[in-house]
Design a protein around this ligand. Structure first.
Ligand code: NAD
Ligand code: UFG
Length: 336
């Protein structure tokens, strides 16, 4: 299949591009490089033997996106492009609505114009809000507690309406739980700008000596050890979920929300303990107050993905941490 991958030089996008090329799909990447670098392209080439077609463009730029569709024969789109930092979204909400929501509408309008109506969209478990009890399943009510989450929910709702308005659309809204890990080669991984917001890149940078200590946000949650529990999923399993989704689009009805998670929960202190054992490095940490907006426990019911996509996550937590450590220790400054 010939695919447009927006946000394809980013963390999840780049891992998905590797798996797509390895399965024989043709890929055109569009990315504005606001949170990634073209350095990943040669890493993709080294792994797959193919230097992917790359266009530096913004999904909000209707003319540039129209040119992409007129110059390339696109059958389906995997749409990763977006801003993703929850804290930042509280500070600059308009940028988040503009980039994520307006940008997505522009993309969908151009897809419609070129009669490309197959789409896989990067949604998030954040759309389950704070009132549902895990395991979270796709029938539960959705809500959002910050502008980032609102953008994911708005785009999901737009896609639901779009699929109702025209039955030719076939859409998978993949709700990711907590993607971590890196390519097993150690040549590609997460490369956050500045101080990481998320647990795993933060722990990895403590282990490699770039950061002094981890702050554990609260140890008084109602969880076995008091720290937050999440459903960590290997980025390569996630990437393979996208391939199953894109290949299933012909058979999917309308717009389907689908969880991509493992169904298992792991606490912050369990992550610290495993990372320490695998890396052989000390991970100094301090318990600090809870982070505003965090909830105790989030993990998936992953049955729908198995039923509809014949997909389930197979890489365990040790593999996730081993691969994160290989990437971080071999590339202490990311792609630089
Ligand atoms: P990332 O920042 O590494 O990748 C996103 C890419 O999109 C970047 O390369 C960035 O430069 C690009 N981009 C942003 N705005 C753009 C625009 N207007 N036009 C063109 N390119 C643009 O993030 P990621 O972790 O790979 O996440 C990919 C998607 O998955 C995002 O939509 C994110 O919201 C979603 N998601 C991520 C997580 C996570 O924890 N990583 C969890 C749930 C959902
Ligand atoms: N945590 C720490 N210290 C840190 C960072 C995180 O203790 O420095 C804890 C958090 O309190 C939480 C766990 O580690 O208990 C995981 O936190 P992350 O920031 O890695 O992930 P979140 O579950 O908070 O957020 C992720 C994505 C969001 C998405 C959300 C939805 O980053 O984009 O999942 O489930 F919205």
């Amino acid at each position: 299949m010939s695919l447009l991958v927006t946000g394809g030089t980013g963390y999840i996008g780049s891992h998905t591009v590797v798996e797509l090329i390895e399965k024989g799909h043709e890929v055109v990447i569009v990315d504005n490089l606001s949170n990634s670098s073209t350095r990943v392209l040669s890493r993709i080439e080294a792994l797959t033997g193919v230097f992917p077609t790359f266009i530096q463009a913004d999904i909000c730029d209707a003319k540039a996106m129209s040119d992409v569709f007129s110059q390339h024969d696109i059958e389906a789109v995997i749409h990763f492009a977006g801003l993703k930092a929850v804290g930042e979204s509280n500070e600059i909400p308009l940028s988040y609505y503009q980039n994520n929501v307006s940008g997505s509408i522009t993309l969908f309008e151009i897809m419609a114009k070129f009669n490309v109506k197959k789409l896989v969209f990067s949604s998030s478990a954040t759309v389950y809000g704070e009132n549902n009890i895990s395991p979270l399943d796709e029938s539960m009510a959705t809500s959002a507690t910050n502008p980032y989450g609102q953008t994911k929910l708005m785009i999901e709702n737009i896609l639901m309406d779009l699929a109702k308005s025209d039955t030719k659309w076939s859409i998978a809204c993949l709700r990711y739980f907590n993607p971590i890990g890196a390519h097993a080669s150690g040549t590609m991984g997460e490369n956050p700008n500045g101080i990481p917001n998320n647990l795993l890149p933060y722990v990895a940078q403590v282990a490699v000596g770039r950061l002094a200590q981890l702050n554990v946000f609260g140890d008084d949650y109602d969880t076995p050890d008091g720290t937050g529990v999440r459903d960590y999923i290997h980025v390569v399993d996630l990437a393979l979920g996208h391939i199953k989704a894109v290949e299933a689009l012909n058979d999917l009805q309308g717009c389907q929300p689908i969880n991509l998670g493992t169904g298992n929960g792991t606490s912050v202190l369990e992550i610290v303990k495993s990372f320490k054992a695998i890396s052989g490095k000390d991970i100094p940490y301090a318990i600090v107050p809870r982070r505003v907006g965090d909830i105790a426990t989030v993990f998936a019911n992953a049955d729908k993905a198995l039923t509809l996509l014949n997909w389930k996550a197979v890489r365990d937590l040790n593999t996730m941490i081993e691969d994160t450590w290989r990437w971080q220790s071999q590339n202490p400054n990311g792609f630089e």
